[in-house]
Design a binder for this molecule. Structure first.
Ligand code: HEM
Length: 131
C-alpha cells in the first residue's frame, strides 16, 4: 500500500503551499475570472488538492485510496523535476522507519505539535518522538 499512501500523504499535506506561479500568455477566463495576457497568477496547490471536484471526501486522509493526479508537485511543463526522486525517497524511507522502529510514537500530545501554518513550506516546527 506504500505507493498509494505516499500519494495520499502528498495530496493531503501539500508540502509546497503556493509555489505554482504562472503568467497568462493570452487572455483567458478561468472559473469565471477574466485574466488578461501578461498578468501573473499564483495557484493555491492545497486548495486544488482539497477540491471535492477532484477527489471525494478531500479532508479525509485515506491511505488506501488512489490520489494520483494531485497537485503536490505542481502541474504542466514546470511541475517538479525531482518528483521521481522524492517519491522514491518517501517509498523507501517511510516503510524502513516503521520496520526498524515499530514502537515509534509521538512523545507529546498531538495538541502540542506546532504545525507550520506560518510558512510557505508546510510541516512541523519540531516533532518529539520516542520508540
Ligand atoms: C516531497 C518533495 C517535493 C515537493 C512536494 C516538491 C514540489 C514542487 C512544486 C510544487 C514545484 C512547482 C511546480 C510548478 O510550478 O508547477 C516544484 C518545482 C521544482 N522542483 Fe520540486 N518538490 C519536491 C522535491 C524535489 C526534489 C527532490 C528536487 C530535486 C532533486 C526538486 C526539484 C524541483 C525543480 C528543479 C523545480 C522547478 C521546475 C521548473 O520550474 O521547471 N523537487 N517542486
Amino acid at each position: 500500500m506504500i505507493a498509494n499512501a505516499v500519494e495520499e500523504l502528498l495530496r493531503y499535506l501539500t508540502i509546497v503551499q503556493s509555489l505554482a506561479v504562472r503568467v497568462a500568455v493570452e487572455d483567458v477566463t478561468i472559473g469565471g475570472q477574466f485574466v488578461r495576457a501578461g498578468e501573473g497568477l499564483i495557484m493555491s496547490l492545497p486548495a486544488g488538492n482539497r477540491d471535492a471536484a477532484f477527489i471525494s471526501d478531500p479532508d479525509i486522509l485515506d491511505l488506501d485510496r488512489n490520489a494520483r493526479g494531485h497537485l503536490a508537485f505542481g502541474y504542466g511543463v514546470h511541475q517538479c523535476l525531482g518528483q521521481a526522486l522524492a517519491r522514491a525517497e518517501l517509498e523507501i524511507a517511510l516503510p524502513t522507519l516503521l520496520r526498524r522502529l515499530p514502537e515509534l510514537r509521538l512523545a507529546v500530545p498531538i495538541e502540542q505539535v506546532r504545525f507550520r501554518h506560518d510558512m510557505g513550506t508546510y510541516g512541523v516546527h519540531e516533532l518529539p518522538v520516542s520508540w
